[in-house]
Design a protein around this ligand. Structure first.
Ligand SMILES: *Cc1c(COP(=O)(O)O)cnc(C)c1O
Length: 373
């Protein structure tokens, strides 16, 4: 039996774990301790651009806090990229607000500026001004930030950037995670670097960061007195220690994932029927968290491919199912041309771990070549 090749697995190798031991021995294992602030400062340095970072227990809670800080209330509408993971939209529902889904464009597979503006105009006509725009850098590919931010400014609607998987990616030289009024990162085990589980909220002003920390620590004023409804969303000091070590290898991890991408490029160039998702021009620099392909389904079906990889114990997964087609979100408002449905029908994510070995890649390549026979 073949050993499993995972889509994206945690990667620890030469990191020094003394800091984790030291942290546990110090007994500061919960949500207070010096590693948390150091981890935040390190990310602020990496992001460069007016970043005020708040370390949290997940990317999902970071999106929820961003919506809370924007005072999203029950009944409000939030424009949300439909081509994404469920964690992008769920916090909108936690707030009792209504998602309005926006289709992706064909180059980055992220929010389409044209449909975004169409949607805003239509919502304004109906006297329903959206309260926020939630844009994703899907699979580590930066969105078309110039166009999206211009629309955000024109209509004065704030942007939340879901850069959960995009740490290390850049658009026109600027780091993903620094484009929104709020941005979020995830440090889940399958992401580019990991704290086991974890996330971060990025805001632009110190006083907003302070309020985010307050909300994330049960809105405690002092002792047992709490000023408002709060959350238990802070990152622990132990996980921040793991994060500090992982940050030292971030650039290496980005290069390793980009090398996977180049390996897939040379493999798939030689084969008919598969198109690899690429950076469209030099404005886009992706960390290639996951490598994605579209299949020519007139030559071969998606289910045959999924089956073949599964037979070799290789984790290959469909591209995102559009959120407006998820069973629990059916009937939600949507603006677009159904491109993401075509991505779902014809697209796959390939194993892209930064510790993918040549033997593993060889097995993946073999499945591709036998598929076409
Ligand atoms: C992983 C991910 C999230 C959620 O992050 P968690 O830390 O798992 O809560 C949100 N959005 C996208 C696009 C993701 O890939």
């Amino acid at each position: 039996m073949y050993s499993k090749i995972w889509l994206s697995k945690p990667h620890f190798d030469n990191e020094n774990f003394d800091i984790i031991k030291k942290t546990i021995v110090s007994n500061w294992v919960s949500t207070v301790g010096p590693n948390i602030a150091s981890f935040e400062t390190s990310i602020e340095r990496i992001l460069e651009h007016k970043a005020e970072v708040v370390a949290l227990n997940s990317g999902t809670s970071a999106i929820h806090l961003a919506l809370k800080l924007l005072e999203i209330e029950p009944g409000d509408e939030v424009l949300c990229q439909t081509f994404s993971f469920c964690a992008t939209v769920n916090p909108i529902l936690y707030c009792g607000a209504t998602p309005v889904f926006i289709e992706s464009e064909k180059e980055t597979w992220n929010m389409c500026p044209f449909f975004l503006e169409e949607a805003i105009k239509d919502r304004l006509k109906k006297k329903r001004k959206p309260k926020a725009i939630l844009v994703v850098d899907s699979y580590g590919m930066p969105a078309k930030w110039d166009e999206i931010l211009a629309i955000s400014q024109k209509y004065e609607i704030p942007v939340i950037e879901d850069a959960a998987a995009a740490l290390g990616s850049r658009y026109k030289g600027q780091m993903c995670g620094s484009f929104g009024d709020f941005s979020i990162l995830s440090f889940n085990g399958n992401k580019i670097i990991t704290t086991s589980a974890g996330g971060a909220l990025i805001c632009r002003e110190k006083h907003v960061k302070e309020r985010a920390i307050y909300l994330a620590t049960q809105s405690k004023i002092e002792g047992v007195v709490h000023g408002e409804l709060g959350f238990n969303y802070r990152m622990s000091n132990v996980l921040a220690a793991i994060g500090l070590e992982q940050l030292t290898v971030l650039e290496k991890r980005v290069q390793q994932r980009r090398e996977n991408h180049f390996r897939y490029q040379s493999l798939l160039e030689a084969l008919d029927g598969f198109e690899l998702q690429e950076e469209k021009n030099t404005d886009f620099y992706a960390n290639f968290w996951l490598n994605c392909i579209r299949i020519d389904t007139s030559l071969i079906s998606k289910s045959i491919i999924l089956n073949a990889f599964s037979n070799y114990n290789i984790d290959v997964r469909s591209l995102w199912c559009p959120l407006h087609h998820q069973p629990y979100l059916k009937g939600t408002l949507y603006y677009g041309d159904h491109f993401s449905q075509r991505l779902y029908d014809t697209g796959l994510c390939l194993p892209s771990s930064s510790n993918l070995t040549s033997e593993e890649f060889h097995r993946i390549a073999q499945v591709f070549t036998t598929l076409l026979k």
